[in-house]
Design a protein around this ligand. Sequence first.
Ligand code: PBG
Length: 333
Amino acid sequence: MTKYYSLPERPRRLRQTAAMRGLIRETTLSPGRLMLPMFYREGLSGSVQIDGMPGVQQHDLDGVMRTTHEALAAGVASVMLFAIPEQRDATGSRAYDSDGPLTDIVARVKSEFGQDLVVVADLCLDEFTDHGHCGVLDQSGGVDNDETLAVYEQMAVVLADAGADLLGASGMMDGQVGAVRLALDSHGAVGTGILAYSAKYASASYGPFRNAVESALRGDRRTYQQDPANRREAMREVRLDVSEGADIVMVKPALGYLDVVALTVDLVDVPVAAYVVSGELAMIEYAAAAGAIDRERSIIEALTSVHRAGANLICTYWATEVARWIVAGRTAH
Ligand code: PBG
């Protein structure tokens, strides 16, 4: 005979069936909150697989169009565009050339998909400089904050003219959001928004991305990106960006920084984004390929965690695939 205990609470009651679990689920992924990062490479024809990023490619124009179309068809409503130029120089001049590859791809995507798609353009110099840093260098080889701001201002204006809806301010220069906002407003681009990479850490998880953009970087970005050990400092960066006019703030990477996502959500009243970066993709893809973990469940669990931490939107290379799973009902356990 089973002896029944009179427990004051039995949480398991609410876990007995899929229907009951669905009823009380607190976090649900939705396609419209996923943002797909994409790489356009000037001079390429076709699409090439990126080392270290299984399933992710560099594209030519047709590839970008096709991939964007697939994303939209799956319910993903935004793309984050990166461009790899054919030529690089010390100041990253192709970044603020109105005929440069990023302005070009932004304009083409925007003219094809119009208001159905939110187009985010990466506003940073690292793909465009021959030294690979996110800004221009001073005499001693350090990154010159204020010279860089002047370049970001020019870049902001050409990207706004190309039709970008949001500019992804990802360089971690002091004052970048304020400088870009002022440049946009003075240009009359009051409707162009800023997605600020407010808390961007100097992470080892960007390794594969550097292959994706064929980064020329030697050394590291520790004089501008944040120390992974710091949490309060992220709050300072977020506070500053909101005060300078950020429309959305982002935490990056996402999975190792869920505490920072949660704190950010409590601190500000603008939407909070989180970027599941290339190394985080690689960790799951390679572990799954080795048979150590279940790929689909691990991806869903990872993105659900980011959402549970409070991110309103998630930037992920898996966006289209996950959007299809959501629509097919596969994300509900
Ligand atoms: C810099 C930038 C980086 C990423 C996005 N924007 C790399 C870096 O800071 O070195 C990384 C994204 C990823 O790893 O997926 N503009």
